[in-house]
Design a protein around this ligand. Structure first.
Ligand code: BGC
Length: 255
């Protein structure tokens, strides 16, 4: 239980990679504020699972694209558990639309949920960490597409590229406070965001063929990295992204 006594906030915490992160942080003993918007019916059950695995848990329905809602997450952590040690900016959406197709509403939604939330999540968590003293960890869940173009998913790539630079710049700015800011860049993970691909055997085969390890990741394979980054073993890592992508960024399309 390496995170015993620590408090974590996980945005988008009841689905996909966020859900796996919540369960893994719980196994390490952290208290967790679980932010959610979708599937509110699963919330109480998840809180019970977290308490059974480790320590405290509280679910908060908060829209991370609103700064006021993000502040509610921080305030809840402080009220319930006394502090914020680990902020995981995980919530994310994509539209699978190209630069020619993307509407203003799609653009604004993707940038607000993915990037604005990570920016203000970082800001508000860092302010609280500075106030309480002792440093902290901010972990931004980005993507291989923070660096690697994904034609047909333009707004998503923009948002992840922004998170890449947020991680680097905030990491430098917050280093004097011993607040470490690290990005985690997954490749293709078996989560609801990729359901379309997973349900289409031809697309899935094509994707698996492009991944040197030959398969998509399980969400737990990303969560284990996040837990490592939240712990003592990662005390010298900041202002960078660690990729867990099965090698996909290095592979050639084999043409
Ligand atoms: C995207 C997926 C995509 C994967 C690999 C992820 O960030 O959300 O849609 O399949 O990257 O390209």
């Amino acid at each position: 239980m390496s995170l015993k006594g620590k408090t974590a906030i996980v945005t988008g915490g009841n689905s996909g990679i966020g859900l796996a992160i919540v369960l893994e942080l719980a196994r390490q003993g952290a208290n967790i504020v679980i932010d959610y918007v979708v599937h509110p019916e699963t919330e109480l059950d998840l809180e019970q699972q977290v308490r059974a695995l480790g320590d405290g848990a509280i679910g908060v329905k908060a829209d991370v694209s609103s700064v006021a809602d993000l502040q509610t997450l921080i305030d809840t952590a402080v009220l319930e558990f006394g502090r914020v040690d680990i902020m995981v900016n995980n919530a994310g959406v994509e539209t699978r639309t190209s630069v020619l197709e993307t509407t203003e509403a799609q653009y604004e939604r993707v940038l607000a949920i993915n990037l604005k939330s990570a920016f203000f999540g970082t800001q508000l968590a860092a302010r609280q960490m500075i106030k309480q003293g002792g440093g902290g960890r901010i972990i931004n869940i980005t993507s291989v597409h923070e660096d690697w173009p994904m034609p047909g998913n333009t707004a998503y790539c923009l948002s992840k590229g922004g998170m890449r630079m947020l991680t680097r710049t905030a990491g430098v700015e917050l280093a004097p406070h011993n607040i470490l800011v690290v990005g985690v860049g997954p490749g293709a993970v078996a989560t609801p965001i990729n359901l379309g691909t997973m349900q289409d055997p031809t697309l899935l085969q094509k994707l698996n063929n492009a991944i040197p390890l030959g398969r998509m990741a399980r969400p737990e394979e990303i969560a284990s990295l996040v837990t490592f980054l939240a712990g003592d073993g990662a005390s010298y890592m900041t202002a960078t992204t660690i990729f867990a992508d099965g090698g996909i960024m290095q592979s050639s399309p084999g043409l």
